[in-house]
Design a protein around this ligand. Structure first.
Ligand code: KIV
Ligand code: ZN
Length: 522
């Protein structure tokens, strides 16, 4: 009989990960990611914060209804309306539903954020957990900013939460302030001092402000934590959360040190999951990102290459195939049929609706016409861009540009809006500016570009260029993000800008009839 202890992997990519600026995913994308997380073998998926918006509520509920395997969790503050919303959202998961309630406990949170005394915090935590228990037996409690909370008070709150019925206690390093020694010590002390600690699973949740999130998580595991909260690619608030792939592979690769600790992760799904998340949230991976970056297993120096050829383990501590870097699939070409594209998309973790598939296939053919091979990364980028917006109010019909070193750039754009074709021309301080200003002339909106990034998705001069941007359409409105991929970066820029327009409109942005100009012929 195995005496191994299973470390529960609690994935919060869809909640803490998605919470960071620019990482917003649509409900469809979240569902794809959740399905892939289930294939990856995570134990718990924190699917969102149901009270935050109707969209969040719906996507947690849909994931709870359709994704089988992992526990599905919804986040709530210790506020009745939050807990009730989380309870309703995870209900379709039945016994696999969890509510995660949290409340700030550190002095700075009590005094400045909440304006509440310690007794009041104890009461709210107890009542919050009790209310959550009315919906499910699976309740997690987090004393937010635990690592900066006075240890005696932390012990008191945790004890109260366990007595009220919490089955998991998470001790977050909310601000990424702790060091591994301190964080590990906090776990050891809380577990030793809290009455009833044996009735709860202790969990780590680390942010990466000092680059210590993974080290802190492992220190907590060493001190007795049995659940790790993390995100794919380490995405999350500010500098991000602890990266799932790094924690899992550290436990796996260093079994000699973390003896008897295992996870249920199917490590060969790691790279595929990483790409899916990167494509869905629009955060490209740095080449040198551990485990999943393009350079993670690339050896360029002659000495290293020579060593690897003689014996792989001289310079490689993991087998790349073990994390899913296996044989690369043959790239698709313009001759590839719909079935081949569907099969490849499925392999990459996507299950698209017929209309989405239609749109992706059409763009695949356009790109196939311009470029010899369509690689997996091109496809991921295409899908990410294509299903980024729920409804296309405007679509691009045509875009032509003229520019030179000594002439003012000029763009001519034709958009389709329902049955109408709208066209306009305009100049700008550069071709990209001219394209965006011309789109504004047609839509009647005035976008202010907050950030803009372009990257080559694969190698080679004919690589697909992916543009990700954020635009503010009103002085105080919420920014909208857009992403698009094409072999021509000016075209990707125009498409990405249009995606942001469509997203903003789909999420309730309005243009007054007066400002919308009908500029051209049908
Ligand atoms: O970082 C944090 O404290 C959180 C809590 C909601 C657990 O994300
Ligand atoms: Zn967090």
């Amino acid at each position: 009989m195995s005496s191994d202890v299973r470390i529960q992997i609690f994935d919060t990519t869809l909640r803490d990960g998605e919470q960071c600026p620019g990482a917003a995913m649509t409900g469809r994308q979240k569902l794809d990611v959740a399905r892939q997380l289930a294939r990856l073998g995570v134990d718990i998926i924190e699917a969102g914060f149901p009270i935050a918006s109707r969209g969040d509520f719906d996507s947690v509920k849909e994931i709870a209804r359709t994704v089988r395997g992992p526990v599905i969790c919804g986040l709530a503050r210790c506020i009745n309306a939050d807990i009730d919303a989380a309870g309703a959202a995870v209900k379709p998961a039945g016994k696999q539903g969890r509510i995660h309630v949290f409340l700030g406990t550190s002095k700075i949170h009590r005094e400045f954020k909440l304006g509440k005394a310690s007794d009041e915090i104890l009461r709210l935590a107890t009542e919050g957990v009790r209310r959550a228990r009315k919906f499910t037996d699976n309740v997690e409690f987090s004393p937010e900013d635990a690592s900066r909370t006075e240890i005696d008070f932390l012990v008191e709150v945790v004890e109260a939460a366990i007595s009220a019925g919490a089955t998991t206690i998470n001790l977050p390093d909310t601000t990424g302030y702790a060091t591994p020694e301190e964080y590990g010590r906090m776990f050891a002390e809380v577990i030793a001092r809290v009455r009833g600690s044996a009735h709860a699973v202790f969990s780590t949740h680390c942010h990466n402000d000092l680059g210590l999130a993974v080290a802190n998580s492992l220190a907590a595991v060493h001190a007795g934590a049995r659940q790790v909260e993390c995100t794919v690619n380490g995405i999350g608030e500010r500098a991000g959360n602890a990266a799932l792939e790094e924690i899992v592979m550290a436990l796996h690769t260093r079994r000699d040190f973390y003896t008897h600790l295992t996870t249920g992760i199917h490590t060969r799904e790691i790279v595929r999951t990483s790409r899916l998340v990167s494509g869905a949230c629009g955060f490209p991976l740095p080449r040198n990102k551990a485990i999943v970056g393009l350079n993670a297993f690339a050896h360029s120096s002659g000495i290293h290459q020579d060593g690897i050829l003689k014996k792989r383990e001289t310079y490689e501590i993991m087998d790349p195939e073990e994390v899913g870097w296996g044989k690369t699939e043959l790239p698709l070409t313009k001759h590839s049929g719909r079935a081949a594209v569907i099969a490849r998309l499925k392999h990459l973790g996507y299950t698209l609706q017929p209309a989405e598939l239609q749109a992706v296939f059409a763009r695949f053919k356009e790109i196939g016409d311009r470029k010899k091979f369509v690689h997996d990364d091109d496809l991921v980028s295409l899908v990410g861009a294509q299903i980024h917006v729920a409804h296309e109010t405007y679509s691009l019909e045509n875009l032509t540009c003229r520019s030179g070193t000594n002439e003012k750039p000029l763009a001519t754009v034709t958009l389709r809006h329902g049955r109408k074709k709208l066209a306009a021309s305009g100049t700008g301080d550069g071709v990209v500016d001219a394209v965006m200003k011309t789109i504004d002339r047609i839509t009647g909106l005035k976008g202010h570009l907050l950030d803009y990034a372009v990257r080559a998705v694969t190698e080679g001069k004919d690589a697909v260029g992916e543009v990700s941007l954020n635009v503010r359409f009103e002085a105080k409105g919420e920014p909208a993000s857009g992403r698009a991929a094409a072999t021509d970066v000016i075209e990707s820029s125009g498409r990405a800008y249009l995606a942001a327009v469509n997203r903003w409109l789909a999420e309730g942005g309005r243009v007054s009839k007066k400002t919308r100009r009908t500029l051209a012929s049908p």
